[in-house]
Design a protein around this ligand. Structure first.
Ligand code: KG4
Ligand code: ZN
Length: 349
């Protein structure tokens, strides 16, 4: 079964064709990062307009690379939430139009479920049989930090989440304090690699729960940057990024990354033990972080399934993958299907 996956929940216009939830025939990702970088973060209205501009060319490229005729697809799937309302609307409305034109079933997909099913897209993984359910899933992205126990396809229990900032959001905010660009995760990872020592920064353990908190770490990062003179104190003029002391910048970046990774790994392992899981799945943009990937693999005694970085950040293949495993009926488009709406605050589990 060949499914087209459409993802526009944030700042990637991404379309892919996937066969049987596993084999990627094409995976085209149009990133808007350079456009938003000049504002230091995602501007929702700009994102929606850019999705509109990119949608048709990226759809055509995804179909061309897959080498399929659109009328030989079996279904169309699209992220309907969670995400930016305007951005979700562009993808969902395009998907509805295409489903009608091609007379194909339309499946609305939860973005977080997409991040989980990215693990099925790796040739070497078949998580439902090796190691098998239950699986502990850590979804760490720009908007979410969720621990979900997956008992079977489509069955999730939310057992922990951030009580304030998401892990990716914390990376982005810490990068801004350090005078680095957007998105912050890859920038912090890059400079932390050259650090000779790390600044020790606090971890919020929220003992007795499987929840996370990153806002205190964000504030501590800012205070340390002020103490070391690389971030202005209240009332002081902003620093020129060229003049920021690179050693302090690298050491704080390294300490920040270690603190986030330590908490994410420790809590995921605790959760996996508590829920007697057979394996661990990592997903979401923060799962592209090389330190998180290596620490999880080093400290876990269970198999760790983490897709390659390009499948951790937003993409259309994960949407098509989740659609294949969803048990939603494949009904040809009708008026009811076209009622399919976006849900910006959609939850999983
Ligand atoms: O899943 P994603 O692509 O989009 C959302 O659903 O939010 O995640 C984006 C987030 C951003 O906050 C970005 O800074 C973070 O993932 N990220 C990383 C890395 N690559 C992306 N964080 C840490 N290390 C990375 N290498
Ligand atoms: Zn995402």
């Amino acid at each position: 079964m060949r499914i087209l996956g459409i993802e526009t929940s944030c700042d990637e216009t991404a379309l892919a064709v996937v066969e049987n939830g596993k084999t990627i025939l094409s995976n085209v990702i149009g990133s808007q990062v350079d456009i938003h970088a000049r504002y230091g973060g995602i501007v929702p209205e700009v994102a929606s307009r850019q999705h509109l501009l990119s949608m048709i060319p990226i759809y055509q490229e995804a179909i061309r690379q897959a080498g399929v005729k659109p009328d030989t697809l079996d279904a169309i799937s699209v992220t309907t939430g969670p995400g930016l309302a305007g951005a979700l609307l562009v993808g969902t409305n395009f998907a509805k139009g295409l489903a009608l034109a091609l007379n194909l079933p339309l499946l609305g997909i939860n973005h977080l479920e997409g991040h989980i099913y990215a693990a099925w897209l790796e040739e070497k993984f078949l998580p439902d049989t090796q190691p098998g359910f239950p699986l502990m899933c850590l979804i760490a992205s720009g908007g979410h930090t969720d621990l979900l126990c997956m008992q079977a396809h489509g069955e999730y229990q939310l057992i922990g989440r951030t009580v304030d900032d998401a892990a990716g959001e914390a990376f982005d905010k810490a990068a801004r304090v350090l005078g680095l660009g957007f998105p912050g995760g890859p920038q912090i990872q890059r400079i932390a690699e050259s650090a000779e020592k790390s600044e020790i920064l606090p971890r919020a353990w929220l003992k007795g729960t499987l929840n996370f908190s990153f806002s205190g770490l964000k504030t501590a990062t800012m205070h340390r940057a002020q103490l070391l003179g690389i971030y202005p104190k209240k009332g002081e003029a902003p620093l020129n990024p060229e003049n920021i002391d690179k050693t302090h910048q690298m050491n704080i970046a390294a300490g920040f990354q270690e603190a986030v990774v330590d908490v994410l790994v420790t809590k995921t392992l605790q959760a996996a033990t508590l829920y007697k899981c057979k394996g661990i799945i990592l997903g979401g943009g923060v799962a592209a972080n090389s330190m998180l990937r290596s620490e999880m693999e080093k400290r876990a005694t269970l198999p760790v399934l983490v897709p390659k970085p390009v499948l951790c950040t937003d993409n259309g293949a994960m949407v098509a993958g989740a659609a294949f495993f969803s048990n939603a009926p494949l009904i040809k488009p009708s008026e009811t299907l076209l009622d399919q709406d976006v849900i910006p605050q959609l939850r999983l589990g």
